[in-house]
Design a protein around this ligand. Structure first.
Ligand SMILES: [Zn+2]
Length: 404
């Protein structure tokens, strides 16, 4: 059965989540962060991992420093499925630190090349990489372009050397950047993002060598901004040929709101694939007696109503041929589950919703796509036909295939 796990397609992978500890350490050294901005590096490292004077440690004993980073960044086997809260905090710390080390456009080319090579070694033939391209407050419009173009050039470098390898790139928007401190939509920030996206689209029109690989638009992070506020941004993207593949129903404040978000991304923003879609499949009975993030209790009648809403949504997703990007390890951590057996993917499989399996942030979770597929397939008793379907979906619904 596992012989099928060759020439895999990975459709959901974040650049800042894909880099492992070893590469991260090399990137610190290469950028000389410990020499050029020791205070900043120390602050970032302490904030995330609680260790002081990291730059001194690098100068005095690079081997020891590398080991420290490895232990902070990669050691979590002990907690991965036993203490999800602690694990979630560790994951957030890793994202933050990785983002700090990898965000300079000057090294993006090298990073994205490295990621492609690592994935290729792990049996991946086609990779869709995504990254948050811009945030409010940036003054130079060239920064997001540099970051995007350098990332794509790096992937082209890799493709030139890896037989049979191909890729696409997805432009990302982080929703929490577009709300004010009370989580209310900030029209000015949204307008600013629209302008930057227009600028990027114009650049892409003039740079076909890059544009041919930039095929998707994503919205990611906490679902604090109702999808309808992204309508203009998505319209600009769609008009220029990008396909919407947003995260939705993942980091929701209530299950109903997660469900509503999935509807809006499909209905108003024309999403073709949805990242995670946990609100559609999670078992609401597990929430009975608990509060949502608004402090409202999940009562028995509320839970029953949610099951009906989910059934309707699943039917709607199936009718529209929406594809769900399921990321098993990431999902069980988000949902606070204890095992892959508890993952609610079966609800999609049994209802005929198209699912693809992805690894989300393989460097941060310390996992490979192959392991993700194996873990979930074993835990959920995939039939051979189900495994084949899931693998075929990744090919069929890859952006490369969807645009052609
Ligand atoms: Zn993701």
């Amino acid at each position: 059965m596992w012989k099928k796990l060759e020439n895999l397609y990975e459709l959901h992978q974040h650049i800042s989540g894909a880099v492992g500890a070893k590469d991260l350490f090399n990137l610190i050294i290469e950028q000389q962060l410990h020499e050029k901005e020791p205070d900043k590096l120390d602050e970032e490292f302490k904030k995330r991992f609680g260790v002081e004077n990291f730059s001194e440690l690098i100068k005095n004993s690079p081997k020891e420093a590398e080991k420290t980073l490895y232990e902070k960044f990669c050691k979590f086997e002990d907690t991965i499925l036993t203490d999800t809260n602690e694990f979630r905090n560790k994951i957030t710390a890793r994202y933050g630190f990785s983002f700090y080390v990898t965000s300079n456009p000057k090294i993006r080319r090298k990073i994205s090349k490295q990621i492609c090579e690592t994935f290729y070694e792990q049996g991946i033939k086609y990779l869709e990489l995504r990254a948050v391209s811009f945030k409010p407050g940036i003054t130079s419009e060239d920064t997001p372009w540099d970051q995007l173009s350098e990332s794509v050039y790096g992937m082209i470098d890799a493709k030139d050397n890896l037989p049979g390898f191909d890729f696409s790139y997805i432009i990302g928007i982080a929703r929490h950047h577009f709300v004010d401190k009370d989580n209310k939509p900030d029209e000015n920030k949204i307008k600013h993002a629209e302008n930057i996206l227009r600028f990027l689209v114009k650049k892409l029109e003039k740079n076909d060598d890059i544009a041919q690989y930039v095929l998707g638009i994503d919205a990611t992070d906490k679902e604090v901004l109702p999808p309808r506020y992204l309508k203009n941004i998505f319209e600009i993207a769609i008009e220029s040929g990008l396909i919407p593949v947003p995260h939705a129903g993942e980091n929701f404040k209530s299950i109903e709101e997660g469900i509503q978000n999935i509807y809006e991304y499909i209905d108003i923003l024309e999403a073709k694939r949805i990242g995670h879609a946990l609100a559609a499949c999670v078992d609401p009975r597990k929430y009975l007696g608990k509060n949502d993030e608004y402090g409202k209790l999940y009562t028995k009648s509320r839970v029953e109503k949610i099951i009906e809403l989910q059934d309707d949504l699943i039917k709607y997703m199936k009718e529209r041929s929406i594809v769900v990007e399921t990321c098993p390890t990431s999902n069980i951590i988000t949902l606070g589950l204890k095992s892959y057996e508890e993952h609610p993917i079966r609800r999609f499989l049994d209802s005929g919703v198209n699912v693809v399996i992805c690894s989300d942030s393989s460097g941060i979770y310390g996992i490979t796509l192959k392991d993700e597929i194996k873990n979930i397939a074993v835990a959920q008793n995939f039939s051979l036909a189900e495994l084949e379907k899931v693998l075929e979906n990744s090919r069929k619904y890859s952006l490369k295939n969807l645009v052609s």
